[in-house]
Design a protein around this ligand. Structure first.
Ligand code: ZN
Length: 248
C-alpha cells in the first residue's frame, strides 16, 4: 500500500495544500506524525483538512499545548505566544480532536509512527546515538518520526553499522528515493510540511510504498508570502514569520 507521510504541518494550510496537490493520485492512505497545529495561522482549517483526509494521526507537543492538555511552560516565549493564540482560536470540536490524538508509537501496515523518539514523544532525535536507541527499541523495521523538522533519517544494517541518511532532494529535484534493504532498520523523518528547518523553505513530506519497499522524500514550493501575510494579520510573533522564508 502507498502511504502519504505528513508531519509538523503546524497550522500552515497553504503548505499542506501544496503537498496534497503535488502528491495527488500517488497514495492510498495518509498518516500524520503530530504537530498539526502551533506556529501557523490556520489551526482550524488544518485540523479539519487532516480529519477529512482520514489520516491516522498521533499527537505532537504542540497539539498537547494548543489543545490545553499540557501547559506551555516548557516552550520558549515565541512558541508559547503562538500556542496561546492557537488555544484561543481552536473551535471546540477541533480542540477535542487534538486532545484525543493517541500517543506514539502507533503501528500502521507494518511500520511505526512516533512524534519524537520511541520511548519519549518529546525527544528531538538529531544525533546518531539518539537514533540508535529508537532503532534498537523499534517494534518494526521502519519507524517514521518528526519533531526535528529535518528531512532525513538513520539506518542500522545487519552488521550493526549505524548511518545518517541524507534524503533531501537537491534543488530543482522533486524527490529523493530510498530503497529499503532487507535486514536493515530505518528511522525516517519526512520533514516538516509547515515549518521546515533544514535550510530548504519548500514544504516536505514522504510517500512510502510498503509493497515495493521504496520511500520517496519530497519537497514542493508553496506561496510562503501568503502565509506570512496571514501571520502578520493575526499578530503572530515576527521570528516565526521570518523563518518560513529561510526554512530555518
Ligand atoms: Zn513540530
Amino acid at each position: 500500500m502507498r502511504f502519504l507521510i505528513l508531519s509538523d504541518v503546524h497550522a500552515n494550510l497553504t503548505a499542506l495544500e501544496a503537498a496534497l496537490s503535488e502528491s495527488k493520485g500517488k497514495w492510498e492512505k495518509a498518516v500524520c506524525l503530530g504537530d498539526v497545529v502551533g506556529y501557523g495561522p490556520d489551526p482550524n482549517e488544518v485540523v479539519e483538512r487532516i480529519r477529512n483526509l482520514g489520516a491516522v494521526t498521533i499527537r505532537g507537543n504542540h497539539d498537547k499545548v494548543g489543545s490545553g492538555l499540557t501547559s506551555a511552560e516548557d516552550f520558549n516565549p515565541v512558541a508559547r505566544a503562538a500556542a496561546m493564540w492557537t488555544r484561543e482560536r481552536l473551535r471546540p470540536e477541533n480542540r477535542t480532536y487534538l486532545e484525543q490524538l493517541p500517543l506514539g508509537p502507533v503501528s500502521v501496515d507494518g511500520f511505526s509512527m512516533v512524534h519524537g523518539a520511541i520511548h519519549d514523544e518529546d525527544e528531538y532525535v538529531v544525533a546518531p546515538a539518539q537514533a540508535l536507541e529508537s532503532l534498537l527499541e523499534a517494534p518494526s523495521q521502519i519507524t517514521f518520526f518528526g519533531h526535528t523538522h529535518l528531512q532525513g533519517g538513520f539506518s542500522l544494517d545487519p552488521d550493526n553499522q549505524l548511518s545518517s541518511l541524507r534524503l533531501r532532494p537537491a534543488d530543482g529535484q522533486k524527490f529523493a528515493k530510498l530503497d529499503i534493504k532487507k535486514g536493515t532498520n530505518y528511522l525516517l523523518n519526512p520533514g516538516s510540511v509547515g515549518q521546515p528547518r533544514d535550510g530548504d523553505s519548500r514544504a516536505a513530506f514522504a510517500i512510502a510504498d510498503t509493497n515495493t519497499n521504496e520511500v520517496e522524500f519530497w519537497r514542493v514550493t508553496y506561496d510562503v508570502e501568503a502565509v506570512q501575510q496571514r501571520m502578520e494579520k493575526a499578530g503572530l510573533p515576527e521570528p516565526l514569520i521570518m523563518r518560513l522564508s529561510f526554512g530555518r
